[in-house]
Design a protein around this ligand. Structure first.
Ligand SMILES: Cc1ncc(COP(=O)(O)O)c(C=O)c1O
Length: 421
């Protein structure tokens, strides 16, 4: 028998390879100050492109006031206990009704974290005879929710409708239970959108249900910010809509919105909610205020799209390859040839950070070997000056590091594959 701690001294674990590059620089970087377009990293101000504050609502004064009032009234403790036992309030229920109305669903259920919401919803709705059919690029919480469930898990190629139909055909032939198709709405890593119209047609054709994790779409996508379902005109076809408060809402928590009986079911079966303390009142009240701002958020939505457009255009003109995602998220791909992903990718991240621009890099296995991707998150609080300064640093990096930005057919093929094309 081994000591359970033995691995801790010898092995970095799953992300351990990153740890070796320097804890608190590349991984777990310490960022001080309020989340916003400029933050402090290692004692110096950087232009921040790594926080998902899409609508610039972090530090909004109205939200802060709502939270302060709630703090005065309820302290940090209220409510105590899980919703099932002693943690339910009129305020929680009222927020759920408002979220359901915003998403045009019959009802909604709150979760303390988006992660817990996805895991709890998928796990509670599926059992041994059911099949969970998820997109290959689905977020870790979708994978974990599927693992927590006793349902059978199948995967289809990212955004590939032939692959989805092939698996649907196969599983619906043999399946004794139901089929839950699970996708993101707007993909948080690559910024591309799930083809929800086609997915809805297919899930209807085969009698399956669709769970759409729209963590990165809510607030930003669609005319009224309802999300990616609204953007494609299929919000009513999404069976379970999921949103987090950790991104556009700039708070914490999340919710699933669906038909009334399904919400009732989740309420009594989602272990991540039944066995966890309910959402603190400070957040319930703050999120309620943020929802008002999102509902009336046309200007902020316009601004984030404008900033995204300018950033993408500026980098593209320098010769950087910008991913084809249709959301504001800006994915910058760099060809690495046979070069060491960690060394070259890390070198670029280091260059950018030391020159005042904070970005995060995505590498293999999230994207194929031979490529490095900067995932840049524009927000409504960025200014034109932030964009111009950032583009200037990317220009200098291209020259100082002598970057060869030219993409060969091989690399283009790999990127297309990332986008399911
Ligand atoms: C697609 C997606 N779903 C769910 C989550 C989890 O949300 P939260 O951070 O609110 O737990 C995230 C967060 O990264 C996400 O990107």
């Amino acid at each position: 028998m081994k000591d359970i701690f033995q691995k801790c001294t010898t092995d970095g674990g799953y992300f351990g390879v990153l740890r070796a590059q320097g804890d608190h620089y590349f991984t777990r970087p310490i960022l001080n100050g309020l989340p916003g377009p400029r933050m402090e990293f290692l004692g110096k101000e950087k232009i921040m492109w790594s926080v998902n504050n899409y609508l610039g609502l972090a530090n909004n004064e109205e939200v802060k006031k709502a939270a302060m009032e709630a703090l005065e009234t309820y302290s940090v403790s209220a409510p105590m206990g899980s919703r099932m036992m002693s943690g339910n309030t009129d305020e929680h229920i009222a927020l759920e009704k408002r979220l359901a109305a915003f998403e045009q669903k019959e009802d909604a259920i709150l979760f303390n974290y988006g992660y817990m919401g996805v895991v709890g919803t998928i796990d509670s709705l599926t059992d041994t005879d059911d099949v969970i059919l998820m997109d290959k690029l689905a977020h870790a919480c979708i994978v974990d929710g599927s693992m927590a469930s006793r349902g059978q898990v199948r995967v289809f190629r990212h955004n590939d409708m032939n692959s989805l139909e092939m698996v649907l055909k196969r599983v619906t032939r043999d399946c004794k239970g139901g089929v839950l198709v699970v996708t993101e709405g707007t993909y948080g890593m690559t910024g591309d959108l799930a083809p929800l119209k086609e997915i809805c047609e297919l899930k209807d054709k085969y009698g399956a249900r669709l769970f759409c994790d729209d963590a990165h779409g809510i607030g930003v996508m669609g005319k009224t910010g309802m999300g990616t379902g609204e953007y494609f005109g299929v919000q009513d076809k999404i069976d379970i809509y999921f949103g987090t408060f950790a991104k556009s809402f700039a708070a914490i928590g999340g919710f699933s919105a669906t038909r009334k009986d399904a919400v009732e079911w989740i309420k009594y079966n989602a272990r991540t909610q039944v066995f966890a303390k309910s959402m603190p009142m400070v957040f319930v009240k703050a999120v309620g205020k943020t929802l008002d701002l999102i509902i009336h958020g046309d200007e902020r939505r316009k601004k984030v799209w404008e900033i995204a457009g300018k950033l993408k255009k500026g980098l593209k003109e320098l010769g950087y390859y910008i991913g084809t995602g249709e959301s504001p998220l800006c994915s910058v791909f760099i060809p690495l040839g046979d070069g060491d992903v960690h060394k070259i990718g890390g070198g670029m991240v280091h260059y950018l950070r030391e020159n005042g621009v904070f970005v995060s890099a995505v590498i293999y296995p999230v994207i194929p070997l031979g490529l490095c991707m900067f995932r840049m998150v524009p927000s409504a609080s960025h200014t034109d000056a932030d964009v111009e300064e950032t583009v200037a640093v990317f220009k200098k990096m291209r020259e100082d590091l002598n970057l060869n930005l030219k993409m060969g057919d091989d690399e283009i093929g790999k990127i297309n594959k990332v986008y399911g094309k």
